[in-house]
Design a protein around this ligand. Structure first.
Ligand SMILES: Cc1cc2nc3c(=O)[nH]c(=O)nc-3n(C[C@H](O)[C@H](O)[C@H](O)COP(=O)(O)OP(=O)(O)OC[C@H]3O[C@@H](n4cnc5c(N)ncnc54)[C@H](O)[C@@H]3O)c2cc1C
Length: 445
């Protein structure tokens, strides 16, 4: 098993329980090397794997227990993907409250990483919209968590290390159509994009900037800013029937297997970035775009992670607080100065987080993908880690595969409180993942 980055594969016993009762049975007697839940394996690193132990793939838990079409409150099995949830509720005028950059994420995975979307600056992360969750803990006991209690605070962003979420009740958001009204503008450099986002983001539900990490000098940080909101029925124009039913890419291509390493080289990424920047409109208002292509352009290419070749990719996602813009600049200077082929880098603004280990803090989050396998990458990222910590920032565990354990507590000041709660829920330290071992989160009393 690997994460989406396809680095550090390990072997485990994979079980596919068909319902919550089967999960309870499996957790009643955890394996010697522990157990961890797995969703659709879209975390990039080693969070959903457990070398030599047991992994519970929970994607069969897809049942809808209740759905109030008047209020948009839905209770679903934790294995349902956000894409399937969207497809199911859209015809009734509802949509998932938070959509990460892929729709192939389960509700359980969205809670365990407390995922964010392009609306974090206004609406927070996934767990801000979860009314309650059902957790099975080692020993087989079932616990209910709700905002304000310890089970919830430790499980939101807790990377599966408090138990297996089997069901959740989520408040959906109301939409009238299956389109997003998008405004696009180009920003000439980092100051320009930060300024535009600071001044304008509150006027939009969704905001994201694609950033050219290879641009240097005066063009450092040049970006394409894409912001939008759900389009109203009256915006579809005459003749449109106001249908809100479609949530699917028109066509899904598949990335070929056996792509050699090195395809995404510096010249290739530079050429792509140049073309992307030049192709984007300087300023365009009100383009109507299908939901899936605004939220998940990459879902149109199945297994696109194979394009990085056999050595895989590392995603690096950091957040630094507002006021630490110089750190962002320093990181971009390092990336472009060392000619790192950072592909598909994005910049977003965050509001606050909810869980004790939730990633978001108010500030700027920067995400980049880099090909794995370069021996110099590790010291390079170590240097970036230092810059991030010194600025009061942190890395996102759902993307991580390499952080040093001694930095975790500095990045997550609520770690001790989280460890106490985790010890109450899992006193024998049966919940284990490769990430937990790497970051010293495995404990035994
Ligand atoms: C292309 C792409 C774009 C992405 N964009 C974003 C983004 O914009 N924002 C963002 O926040 N994230 C983003 N992600 C990361 C992704 O949303 C998270 O890693 C998410 O947790 C993956 O969910 P999953 O169902 O695949 O879980 P997995 O990757 O299988 O597991 C992730 C973690 O969740 C735990 N887990 C899974 N299911 C359960 C359960 N039922 N109970 C308890 N724990 C469980 C696992 O133990 C593991 O620790 C992106 C990933 C990809 C590949």
């Amino acid at each position: 098993m690997t994460g989406w980055g396809r680095t550090a594969p390990t072997l485990a016993d994979l079980h596919r329980p068909v319902d919550a009762e089967a999960v309870t049975e499996l957790l009643a007697r955890p394996a010697a090397r522990g157990v961890i839940a797995r969703g659709l394996g879209r975390s990039y690193g080693d969070a959903a794997q457990n070398a030599g132990g047991r992994v519970l793939s929970l994607t069969a838990l897809r049942a809808v227990r209740s759905f109030d079409v008047e209020t948009g409150v839905i209770s679903v099995g934790a294995g349902l993907s956000l894409g399937d949830l969207a497809r199911m509720v859209l015809p009734f005028g509802w949509f998932p409250p938070v959509m990460p950059g892929t729709s192939h994420v389960t509700v359980g995975g969205a809670i365990a990483a407390d995922v964010h979307g392009k609306n974090h600056h206004r609406e927070g992360s996934f767990c801000d919209h979860v009314r309650s969750l059902e957790l099975v803990v080692p020993g087989g006991e079932r616990r209910t968590g709700a905002p304000g209690d310890g089970v919830f605070a430790a499980t939101a962003g807790g990377m599966g290390l408090t138990g297996a979420v089997v069901e959740a009740t989520v408040q959906l958001i109301a939409v009238e159509t299956d389109r997003v009204r998008v405004d696009t503008e180009r920003a000439r450099d980092l100051d320009d994009v930060l300024d535009r986002m600071e001044r304008g983001d509150e006027g939009y539900r969704y905001s994201v900037a694609w950033i050219d990490c290879l641009a240097r000098g005066r063009a450092l940080g040049r970006s394409v800013l894409m912001r939008g909101d759900h389009a109203g029925r009256d915006e579809l124009g005459a003749g449109a029937d106001g249908a809100v039913s479609e949530f699917a890419p028109a066509r899904v291509l598949s990335a070929p297997a056996g792509v050699p390493s090195g395809l995404l080289s510096v010249p290739a990424v530079r050429a792509f970035n140049e073309a992307y920047f030049r192709h984007a409109p300087r300023c365009e208002r009100g383009r109507l775009e299908p939901l899936h292509s605004y939220f998940h352009p990459l879902d149109g290419v199945q297994a696109w992670n194979r394009l990085y070749g056999p050595r895989g990719l590392l995603q690096y996602q950091l957040v630094v607080p507002f006021g630490a813009e110089d750190t962002l600049r320093a990181i971009l200077e390092r990336l472009s100065g060392e000619r790192r082929p950072a592909f598909l880098a994005v910049l977003k603004r965050f509001g606050g987080g909810r869980g004790l280990l939730s990633f978001p803090i108010p500030g700027w989050t920067l995400t980049m993908d880099l090909p794995a396998g370069d021996a110099e990458l590790s010291p390079f990222f170590d240097e970036l880690d230092t810059l991030v910590v010194e600025a009061g920032g942190r890395l996102y565990l759902a993307k991580d595969s390499r952080l040093a354990p001694e930095l975790l507590g500095r990045m997550y000041p609520d770690l001790e409180r989280w460890l106490e709660l985790r010890a109450e829920l899992d006193p024998h330290g049966s919940l284990r993942s490769d990430l937990a071992r790497r970051l010293d989160l495995v404990h035994t009393r």
